[in-house]
Structures are given as structure tokens and as C-alpha cells.
Write a protein that binds this ligand. Structure first.
Ligand code: ADP
Ligand code: MG
Length: 687
């Protein structure tokens, strides 16, 4: 029955089925998981206690009922009733047009009724506009009535009655697929109980417990899908790299610094994966400036030494160029052939790189999305490195990995909250670099009112005179590009003319410049020619100029936490004290909270958690390319705890029976199939 189309329900025809499909409701099972967005509390309150602005239920006697007809306004009829209980009275008002269906018509003088609605105080009297009257869909004994998300053509009343019918019809088909021990251990409700409690709870606590069970189910199915993909991956045979040889050792010895413990640990994990025969799928997380790149370079050296090719994909041209420069400087002395492949190359140049990738003479290629094009083929791909991954999207990561059966190393730009990491990268093993390189000072972060801009300029000048460099960032908002770019541009002109910057060299960098222009500006900045770089969020990701000590962010209130943290990460990369000056006048409490957070913490993981709470997963990851699962009930902002439990249980279940072939897993496998998270083998097991 759960898979039966909604049209099975009495009163649901083609048109209403279409309306429901806009809510992604196709089957009776979908109806059951259509969660209320709120509940109305239908426990009657004494009228005397009701206050302005509340949504409440009251019960009383109809003392008076009047109807007024307005000729001029297309047959508008207003019904007004006075409702009285032992404590006071309230006015009920219904509006309607036309002749039928007005609630006011159902009400008679002297009748006892229970109504629900929002209350307003209108010149001293309490008024309830268009209150709902208790009826069959709102039984008297129920106190909490669900309020569902709706769409045009489906009323609250219809939705409630369809869902109640669906529960009855589906009752016998609702299967429990968790063992009793799990249910008790996790303190969960049974599935049937949970559906009943979600749609007709006895109390708020009951509603929440019911929701928690169904969220658990959803996340359990999702984690089973992710984890079984991961376990299957581990059963595949991939390329096996040899232990570190002379090339890798020489490279490591040539580094101008000593590695942090976190870097060593991450490299050891990468080495173990690469040297084993099972394919590596590893996520490298580390805060901005923690030195992830060198871990990737280590992997690349390993793959080259083993006679394979390596590829590095970055989300922007600037970043690709920077990686290219860094990799070339380390690899050139070892005679390794490194090439760049970006959209900025001429067709002729591209063709040349492609040819030499195919004949194997190019050993490492660094680039952007251009690497995904079909004519980019490898002779013998050994390692895929994807940097700043969540900007690229999961599909692109897979597309690249398919170009060879190589090992995969994913590096994230921003620390990702655990819950999101488990959703997005649950199929990957995780390495974490916790510490920053030795000698790094926390960035002194201040929040400054735009009125004090002159002081900031004086400060910038002072830093520049000490031989340091600075960034001034202007927001670049999609859809407003031209105006915002104009802002960065005009500001650059304006700043250059200011007496305080009379002998300061101010450069300009923004996203509408050609990639050649961008490269040369960055080159000039990193060589110290520009002392101040006026720019936009194009520099958010990855630019590495250790001599820069000041980051000024204009309109800081317009950036999200993750972005602010990234921007701040552009400074504090050398040993000198660095500063991040957030210029802005936040107008919303959230924006204010963001700036406070920035001042108080440097820990990217803490900031990421806060960002998740404040803005939600879509905002953090960029809505389009999140690769997040389509979850009906779970809210990744708040359900991290349930996610952890679900992952734990998923691991137990799969650890015990990877293909879920045992009879007792049949209901679970059916549920997984229903959710479309796995395809089923004909014998009932997974795959
Ligand atoms: P991120 O993790 O943000 O990608 P990078 O890999 O770009 O960080 O490294 C940031 C800077 O720190 C680079 O200039 C890099 O050369 C330097 N660096 C990396 N590891 C160390 C280390 N162990 N000691 C000192 N500097 C380091
Ligand atoms: Mg980086």
C-alpha cells in the first residue's frame, strides 16, 4: 500500500494528484512522511487570558451573530459572532464572497463551538479573523492538530484527512525493520507508533519523539547507501604504489620547513592507502593555512615515482595557477614534467597538453574544470587530487575519477561541520590536520564601524611602511556583478588619489579580468610590487602571499561565516602579527552574530558549525552543487546527533551482513528500494 499512488484515496483525482506531486508526494508512503511544519494547540484557553498576536483555541457559546453584505465589493459577506465563555468574550469574524461555503453560515445563536485562529486587538476588542471551527477533521479529543506545508489546490483540511486515511490504509504495510534491541537501546519509538504520533500526537514531546524516529529511518537508509558504496569500493582492486623512493625522499628533504605532526600523520595515511591495492578515497580536512597542499604534492611525487600520472583539479583559474607554480618549483629540479590546463589556454596549447598526457610524457597536470573535457585522457593515471572540493560538486569529482582507476584525494577549502561531512563525504576516509604550522599567531580580528575608515587607512599605511602588504575586499554578489565590480574599481581609483596613500602602490584584481590579467596582478602582488590589493571575493580561495598582514573586508555583514573565515585565512600565513578588520554595520541579528563569532574564534570547525546553524547547509555549500541528499524529514542543522546514531547502526548492520542478504533484513531492503537509495538484486539483497 505504501507504494500505491495517491489517486487510490477517495477524493483524489488527476488534478489533485498533480497538485500533490508539486510537494513531491506521489504515493501513500510519501503522504505518511509529509511532516507537519507546526502544530495547532486545540486545547481551549480561557478567553480572558488570550492576548494580541497569539494563535489559540477557545470554546464558548455563540451569543450573537450578524451578517453584513457589501454590494460594491463583488458580493462580499462579513459574518460577525460574539463568542463567550465563563471568563470573557471575543469577536469572531468571517469574510466570504459568493453564496456558499461561508463558515459564518454554519454557526447558530446559542450553539457551543470550539474555534482556532490568530487573535488581534482591534480598538480594545479581541477579534479572531476567519477562525477554523472544530469539525470531524479536528476531533474534540485531539489537542495538537498538524499544520502541513501546502500547495495550490490542496487545503489544510484535505491534507489532514488524506493523511489520516493513508495511515489507516497503510497500517498493515508499515514494517518494523529495526531489531528490538536497537529500538530499545536507542530509545526510539516503533515505526507505526511514530507515524501515528507525527500526524496526531498526544503532546509536543510525543510529536518530537515520533519525528525523531522517522528522521532516524531516513538517515539510516542514507548512511547505509553511503557506507555500502564505501565498503564495496574497498573490495575493488586499484593501483598499488610502491614505498617512498629517492624521488619522494629528495622532495621531502628540499622543503624549506619541517612538517607539522598533522601533516606527517596525513601523509602516512595517504601513503598507506596508495601503497595498498584497494583504491584510495580520502578526504583531507584542515583549516585554512594548515598546509594541505604539501600533502597532495607528496602523493603526486609518489605516483610519479611509481610511473603513473597525477592530476590536480582546482575550482578557479587563479588557484590552479598557484598550485601549478608551487608544484613546478618543487618538481622541476627532479626533472618531472608538469603542465597547466585551464580554459584560458589556446586550443593549440590545449591540444598539445592533451597529446602529451596521452603519450605519457606529461607526468603531472594541474587545471580547472577544463580537465573534465572528454579529450583529456591519460596514459596511466595514478592519483587524482581535487582541491576545494565542495565548489566543484560530487558529480565532477566522479567524472574526473573515471578517467582512470586512480587513487583519489579530496581536499576541502573550508572546514565542514561533521554532519555535513558525513553526508557529503561519508563514502571517503578522513584525514584531519588539526594544527597550524609552528610560529603562526592568531589573526587579530576587529569589527570596525565605517565611520572609522580613516583610522583604518592610517593603519594600512603604517603596515605598508613596515614592508607588509594588505588586501581590501569588496563583496561581489551574484546578479549584481557589475555594480559591485564598479565598487571595487571605483574604490581603487579613489584610494589611489587619497593623500594618505600618496606613495602607496595599489593594485586591482577582480573576477571580470582576463585570466592573463589576473595572473599578472597576483604575480605582481606576491613579488611585492603592489602594496595594497583592492579586490573582491575572487581571492577567497587559496591565494598564498605570506607577506600580507592585513585583510580589510568592506560590508563584512554581507559575507557568510565560512567566507569570512576563508578571507581571513589569506593573512596570518607568515610569522608577523596579522590583522583582519571587518568593516560593517550589520542590520540583522544574524549578521551581528556572525561578526561576533569572527571576533571570538579562529577555529574554522567551530565557525563552520555556527554557520550551519545560522544559514543552513545550502548556503554554506553553495546551493546548486551541494550534492546533499534529498531529505524529506531530517534537517541537517539540528539532526547531527541522530545522524551519528544512524551511522553507527548502519555500520553495525553492514558489518554483520554487507549485502543485507539475511531474511531478517528483508523489510529494510524493501525500504531502501522504496527510497531509491539502492538498487535491489532479484534475490532481495543489495546489488
Ligand atoms: P591550505 O591548507 O590552506 O591549503 P597551504 O597548503 O596553502 O594551506 O599552506 C599555507 C602556507 O603554509 C604555504 O605558504 C605553505 O608553503 C606553508 N606551509 C605549509 N606547511 C608548512 C609547515 N609545516 N611549516 C611552515 N609553513 C608551512
Ligand atoms: Mg589550499
Amino acid at each position: 500500500m505504501l507504494d500505491a499512488p495517491v489517486q487510490r484515496l477517495p477524493g483524489v483525482g488527476k488534478a489533485r494528484a498533480m497538485a500533490l506531486s508539486r510537494l513531491e508526494i506521489e504515493t501513500l508512503g510519501d503522504l505518511l512522511t509529509h511532516a507537519p511544519r507546526d502544530y495547532e494547540d486545540w486545547c481551549p484557553r480561557p478567553i480572558a487570558e488570550v492576548t494580541d498576536g497569539e494563535s489559540v483555541c477557545v470554546r464558548g457559546t455563540v451569543e450573537d451573530i450578524r451578517q453584513q453584505r457589501f454590494r460594491g465589493s463583488r458580493g462580499l459577506v462579513v459574518s460577525k459572532a460574539a463568542l463567550q465563555d465563563s471568563t470573557g468574550s471575543i469577536e469572531l469574524v468571517w469574510f466570504r464572497r459568493g453564496r456558499y461555503g461561508a463558515k459564518g453560515n454554519q454557526v447558530k445563536r446559542g450553539q457551543n463551538i470550539t474555534v482556532y485562529g490568530s487573535v488581534r486587538r482591534d480598538q480594545g476588542t479581541l477579534v479572531m479573523h476567519n477562525p477554523e471551527i472544530a469539525s470531524q477533521t479536528v476531533p474534540r479529543d485531539a489537542q495538537l492538530i498538524p499544520v502541513y506545508p501546502l500547495t495550490e489546490g490542496v487545503s489544510q483540511r484535505l491534507m489532514r484527512s488524506w493523511i489520516q486515511t493513508a495511515i489507516k490504509v497503510c497500517w498493515d504495510s508499515i514494517e518494523e525493520y529495526l531489531g528490538i534491541s536497537h529500538i530499545e537501546q536507542l530509545g526510539l519509538l516503533g515505526r507505526r507508533e511514530a507515524f501515528k504520533g507525527l500526524h496526531r500526537p498526544k503532546s509536543y514531546a510525543h510529536a518530537m519523539a515520533s519525528r525523531a524516529r522517522l528522521v532516524f529511518d531516513e538517515l539510516l537508509c542514507y548512511q547505509i547507501a553511503i557506507l555500502s558504496a564505501r565498503y564495496r569500493q574497498q573490495h575493488r582492486i586499484g593501483k598499488s604504489h610502491g614505498p617512498d623512493g629517492p624521488l619522494v625522499s629528495q622532495l621531502m628533504e628540499s622543503l624549506p620547513f619541517s612538517l607539522t605532526d598533522g601533516q606527517r600523520q596525513a601523509m602516512a595515511e595517504v601513503a598507506a592507502d596508495m601503497e595498498s591495492t584497494r583504491p584510495m578515497g580520502r578526504l583531507l580536512q584542515g583549516d585554512v593555512g594548515s598546509g594541505k597542499t604539501i600533502v597532495a604534492i607528496y602523493g603526486l611525487a609518489k605516483t610519479v615515482e611509481a610511473g603513473y600520472q597525477g592530476v590536480v583539479m582546482a575550482p578557479t583559474e587563479i588557484l590552479a595557477q598557484q598550485h601549478f607554480a608551487q608544484i613546478t618549483s618543487l618538481f622541476a629540479s627532479q626533472g618531472i614534467e608538469v603542465r597547466l590546463l585551464t580554459g584560458g589556454l589556446s586550443n593549440h596549447e590545449k591540444a598539445d597538453v592533451c597529446r602529451r598526457l596521452q603519450d605519457g610524457t606529461v607526468q603531472v597536470v594541474v587545471g580547472t574544470q577544463a580537465l573534465l573535457e572528454p579529450d583529456v585522457r591519460f596514459a596511466n593515471l595514478g592519483l587524482v587530487v581535487v582541491d576545494e572540493e565542495h565548489r566543484l560538486g560530487v558529480l565532477q569529482r566522479q567524472a574526473l575519477a573515471k578517467k582512470g582507476s586512480g587513487d583519489l584525494l579530496v581536499m576541502t577549502a573550508t572546514p565542514i561541520p561533521r554532519t555535513l561531512a558525513l553526508s557529503l563525504y561519508g563514502d571517503l576516509d578522513m584525514s584531519l590536520i588539526k594544527e597550524l604550522p609552528l610560529g603562526r599567531l592568531p589573526v587579530d580580528t576587529r569589527w570596525i564601524s565605517p565611520q572609522d575608515r580613516d583610522k583604518v587607512y592610517g593603519f594600512l599605511r603604517d603596515q605598508v611602511k613596515r614592508g607588509h602588504q594588505a588586501y581590501i575586499v569588496y563583496p561581489l554578489v551574484e546578479g549584481e556583478e557589475t555594480t559591485k565590480l564598479a565598487a571595487a574599481k571605483t574604490e581603487a581609483y579613489r584610494l589611489r588619489k587619497l593623500p594618505v596613500f600618496a606613495d602607496v602602490r595599489i593594485g586591482l584584481l577582480h573576477g571580470q579580468m582576463s585570466s592573463q590579467e589576473k595572473t599578472s596582478v597576483i604575480e605582481e602582488f606576491s613579488q611585492g610590487h603592489w602594496q595594497i590589493l583592492v579586490t573582491t571575493s575572487v581571492i577567497e580561495v587559496g591565494i598564498d602571499v605570506p607577506n600580507a598582514t592585513v585583510m580589510v573586508i568592506e560590508h563584512a555583514e554581507r559575507f557568510g561565516l565560512a567566507q569570512l573565515h576563508q578571507l581571513r585565512g589569506r593573512v596570518g600565513r607568515g610569522t608577523a602579527q596579522s590583522f583582519c578588520l571587518l568593516m560593517g554595520e550589520p542590520t540583522t541579528p544574524e549578521a551581528r552574530e556572525r561578526l561576533e563569532f569572527m571576533r571570538e574564534t579562529q577555529d574554522g570547525f567551530v565557525l563552520a558549525e555556527a554557520d550551519l546553524r545560522l544559514r543552513g547547509p545550502g548556503e554554506i555549500l553553495g546551493v546548486k552543487q551541494t550534492g546533499l541528499p534529498n531529505l524529506r524529514m531530517a534537517d541537517l542543522r539540528h539532526d547531527g546527533g541522530i545522524m551519528d546514531k544512524a551511522r553507527h547502526v548502519a555500520n553495525q548492520i553492514l558489518g554483520d551482513d554487507l549485502f543485507l542478504s539475511q531474511t531478517r533484513h528483508k523489510p529494510l531492503v524493501r525500504e531502501l528500494g522504496r527510497r531509491g537509495v539502492v538498487s535491489r538484486k532479484h534475490d532481495g539483497g543489495l546489488y
